[in-house]
Design a protein around this ligand. Sequence first.
Ligand code: SAM
Length: 282
Amino acid sequence: MTGPAATGIGTAGRVDLVGAGPGDPELITLKAVRLLEQAEVVVYDRLVNPALLHHCRPNCAQIYVGKRKHCHSLPQARICELLVLLGRQGKRVVRLKGGDPFIFGRGGEEIDALNAAGIPCALVPGITAATGCAAATGIPLTHRDHAQAVTFVTAHRRDGKLALDWALLCRPNHTTVIYMGLSCLGEIAVGLIGHGLPSATPVAVIANGTTVRQQEVIGTLADIAWRVEQQPLPSPALLIVGDVVAARGQLTLPGSESGRALEMSSAVSNAAPVRPLSSRVG
Ligand SMILES: C[S@@+](CC[C@H](N)C(=O)[O-])C[C@H]1O[C@@H](n2cnc3c(N)ncnc32)[C@H](O)[C@@H]1O
């Protein structure tokens, strides 16, 4: 990705793809902060906490290219072109992306475009939403007694249908983290039950994880869609499915002024009465 071969053009700048972490502005690497401090241009996404831009120099150009579902301020191809253009102009660019650029972040496409254009680039990883949200809610994604494997998937559709590997997600002793699944929560729950997961499998839906706006709803596959109907959650949100959700610990947030303890034990058993699945989903 980097080095003399990639440099090609004498005056080429460089473009570093940098993970901004899941929302809490302290969940960013020292390397990312250093690159932000040195950048001449920052190209950033919707899920990047704007507080991170305070690390930039006053004369650093800041370009927003955020995307919302069905509403892209700049299509991906144009973002790639923009990065190449800035690199060719000799700029030192930070491409700041929510979470980790290589986890459902289209970082691979941007690296490909930069490589093809001979622009030096590197990647700085970030804390992805799955690990950020898990830490912020006390849910261990793996656990000796409950899950020996974890899978990250995105709930994208192919020909209108959810394109998920149901057999993989329904394995025993396994945790599934689903990105971009809030809008099809009911369909996911029905699919997992239909493919063999017990309807009592615990589920957490976490919105704005790691931020002061964090919200979460805990339930089971049988009732999670109904619970979220009762307590609608904003985007971004992700789902954690598996017995680890019931193994939540009790956390005291570091640095929180009140020393607020998150009451997390027995979250599932404390949940409100359950309505039958058939009346709510599908
Ligand atoms: C396009 S993906 C980008 C993921 C990002 N690259 C990462 O590593 O976290 C966006 C999805 O990530 C999840 N997400 C990102 N930040 C989140 C947060 N703070 N809380 C909950 N989910 C989040 C949501 O599922 C959201 O729809």
